[in-house]
Design a protein around this ligand. Structure first.
Ligand SMILES: [Zn+2]
Ligand SMILES: [Zn+2]
Length: 116
């Protein structure tokens, strides 16, 4: 999971990718981050692998990556909520379940026949 979260974070802002774009070397960055980064350079390069690109590549939003980011952040949020929920509920959930189990059993069929 940590690795998956790594692959959807931007190495420029170190945040989860926002409008992810994939540059020709295969690395992903936020659209805004890589644009700002390249605006400061004479020759566009990848901040991670230092591969240079001439002319400046056209940046298109990677929709597959955007979906992945959405899915992974959603899973992560849900997990965090689950953990928080479990911590808040504690053992009380387990106790109520035990009460249900220890309720008296209804009369068995055998007893019913004896009464007749
Ligand atoms: Zn970024
Ligand atoms: Zn790269």
């Amino acid at each position: 999971m940590a690795e998956a979260m790594d692959s959807i974070s931007c190495s420029i802002c170190l945040e989860i990718l926002k409008d992810p774009v994939t540059i020709p070397c295969g690395h992903n960055y936020c659209m805004d981050c890589i644009k700002c980064y390249w605006d400061q350079l004479l020759v566009c390069n990848c901040p991670q692998c230092r591969q240079t690109f001439t002319p400046r590549p056209v940046l298109n939003k990677n929709t597959v990556m955007a979906d992945l980011v959405e899915t992974l952040t959603e899973i992560n949020t849900k997990k965090m909520q689950e953990v928080r929920h479990k911590a808040a509920v504690g053992d009380s959930e387990g106790l109520s379940k035990m009460k249900v189990v220890s309720l008296p059993e209804p009369n068995t069929r055998e007893e019913f026949l004896k009464c007749e």
